[in-house]
Design a binder for this molecule. Sequence first.
Ligand SMILES: CC(=O)N[C@H]1[C@@H](OP(=O)(O)OP(=O)(O)OC[C@H]2O[C@@H](n3ccc(=O)[nH]c3=O)[C@H](O)[C@@H]2O)O[C@H](CO)[C@@H](O)[C@@H]1O
Ligand SMILES: C=C(OP(=O)(O)O)C(=O)O
Length: 421
Amino acid sequence: MWVRGGTPLSGELRVYPAKNSALKLMAASLLSADPITLLEVPRLRDVDVMLELLSHLGTRYAWEGRTLHLHTPEITNTVAPYELVSKMRASFNLLGALVARAGEGTVPLPGGCTFGPRPVDQHLKALRALGAEVTEDSGYFTARRVRPLSGRVVFDMPTLGGTEQALLATALGGEATLILTAQEPEIEDLCRFLAAMGAEVRGIGSSILHIKGAKRLNGVSYRIIPDRVEAATFLLAAAATRGRITLTDVEPLHLDALLDKLTQAGHRLEVGPDWIHLEATPDPKPFNIEAREYPGFVTDMQPLAVGYLAAAQGNALVSDRVYPDRFTNVPELLRMGGDLTLKDRVLSINGKKLHGATVKATDIRAGAGLVIAALAAEGESRIEGVQYLERGYEQLPERLRSLGAHVGLVTDEPVLAVAAD
Ligand SMILES: CC(=O)N[C@H]1[C@@H](OP(=O)(O)OP(=O)(O)OC[C@H]2O[C@@H](n3ccc(=O)[nH]c3=O)[C@H](O)[C@@H]2O)O[C@H](CO)[C@@H](O)[C@@H]1O
Ligand SMILES: C=C(OP(=O)(O)O)C(=O)O
């Protein structure tokens, strides 16, 4: 992707539904033999991968515009193939859904963004605590239901995927008390989805969840929550370019920690029930970040904020309690003239005017952080690894262009090549 920086973003943009919720609701669709309809599903690479996985397991699907119809009359295969599972983390949640619906499932260790160790021990701990037999063979995990899945799961730390695994495993005929669950909005969305299908879920939004599964889960038509990380990306891009933006179809409550930082920086914010307006200050103050679990400043927004802070003024300190090594875009920001020093897992940023450069995205949010920095930089940048951005952002160049940015895919825009000549 090429980006010619320096233009303040300006305009209105609709936020699309959350990738990380859509993927888990798609996995949950395996729990019912009835048709499931997901409204307004983001058209992303990860969604396509999950559809391939579901098809392999027995799901028939059809798109109607952005509405996705899913139907799994029966599970025809209980093994998820490595080629697909290795493409993203969310695929590991198929294990819980398969064991609940088919009594057995086999899923290899998942792939996904690599920014330090991402173990699955809590997923396995949860399944075992619920009475499943879990075995491992050459990187493939098999879970078997030998009795109805039920019990208490005490997580060692709040884990999004681990909590989702336990919810999926018990929603069909099981029962569980889950302690120290993740409280991320995607968990709440999955709980509400399962409740709409007929499961009983108490404690939604808290760190202790009680789930009583139904013997049979019914089909539903469901609207996914807005993507808070996408919203954060556009807000930070507008702030970095000293622009103004109105986001619609957004849930401001999911963005409290970021909105607080942006206000602290001096940007003017107005917030409505489902919209946010940001007018950037020409003279922003820096802010420090300690990324942590929701409702704290979430780790997925941390690399975005690093892109913003690198191109802003002043000194900032950034650390990440969830993924302490999630600083994969730092070496790339140095290529753009950034002044960033990483020591003992604390990133020290001396914000300054950046210049364009050829840089590489190595994961979704690191890549998006580079886009933010490139939009604020002087001159042209080329961001390689666009396939990572496409995992998590729908039509990113087109939507940035609608806000006045000069960006495009290298394949369909000769501008950078001409400029480089
Ligand atoms: C597809 C998806 O939804 N991905 C999100 C999900 O990933 P994911 O669900 O993988 O992240 P978790 O919430 O599970 O991870 C939180 C912390 O728990 C640790 N942990 C997790 C599971 C486990 O079995 N053992 C263990 O030690 C992790 O290393 C990490 O330090 O939540 C992350 C944290 O909000 C986000 O960055 C990802 O974008
Ligand atoms: C880290 C992410 O995805 P995954 O967990 O699939 O790597 C993400 O969406 O930012």
